[in-house]
Design a protein around this ligand. Structure first.
Ligand code: ITT
Length: 201
């Protein structure tokens, strides 16, 4: 079974493909994605933006397509960076710039609680089917640790592993992460629904 995804984030794509392999699902980048003008992510929630992306790109996909909207919520920053996680330090910001801003904003703060949130929206040729949500709780470190993963991973400490997501292998991260949980829910849903399976062929 092939499932298309719409993302321009290479870190996400790597994780999608790995999770798909576990369920025998071939996750492929949507053909022609780079030629389509990017979707305006104007929603105020992860769910709203995931739906915007899945319905927008899905109209041009040859079958089932999903999109992921995700980010980091930090309690002491009132939930920031939240839906603007990708552009926290401004439009086109790099991971390094976003991480530097987060570290600066966290300086001297005692409460380090944070979570990654992921909402995946699944659509069939632009018609919404369902959304799936995953969350993982952690703490913001006061300096980067590790070079694995992407985005805020080196600053996200996951206590059960006693390491940051930047120090965890992609397999370790996906076993517990927001994205791993949301993807598992979607793959289970598809495996349990033979009709959906058919639509994807
Ligand atoms: P697409 O919309 O093309 O999928 P994007 O990176 O712009 O790519 P989002 O708007 O969903 O995607 O922003 C997600 C941002 O949240 C991402 O760029 C990271 O900064 C952060 N993020 C999400 N999941 C993460 C993870 O697993 N590890 C580290 N940072 C993550």
């Amino acid at each position: 079974m092939t499932l298309y995804c719409a993302t321009s984030n290479a870190g996400k794509l790597r994780e999608f493909r790995l999770a798909g392999q576990r369920f025998g699902i071939d996750v492929m980048e949507m053909p022609g994605l780079q030629e389509i003008p990017p979707c305006d992510e104007t929603g105020r929630t992860f769910k709203a933006n995931a739906i915007l992306k899945a319905t927008y790109y899905g109209q041009q996909a040859p079958g089932l397509l999903f999109a992921d909207d995700s980010g980091l919520e930090v309690d002491t920053l009132g939930g920031a960076p939240g839906v603007v996680s990708a552009r926290y330090a401004g439009p086109g910001a790099s991971d390094a710039q976003n991480n530097a801003l987060l570290l600066g904003n966290m300086r001297g703060r005692e409460n380090r609680r944070a979570r990654f949130v992921c909402v995946i929206a699944l659509a069939n040729r632009g018609e919404m089917i369902r959304t799936f949500r995953g969350i993982v709780e952690g703490e913001i470190l006061d300096e980067a640790r590790g070079a694995e993963g992407f985005g805020y991973d080196p600053l996200f400490y996951y206590a059960p592993y006693q390491k940051s997501f930047g120090e965890a292998s992609v397999e370790e991260k996906m076993a517990v992460s927001h994205r791993g949980r949301a993807l598992t829910a979607m793959f289970r849903y598809l495996s349990d629904s033979p009709q959906r399976h058919k639509a994807a062929k």
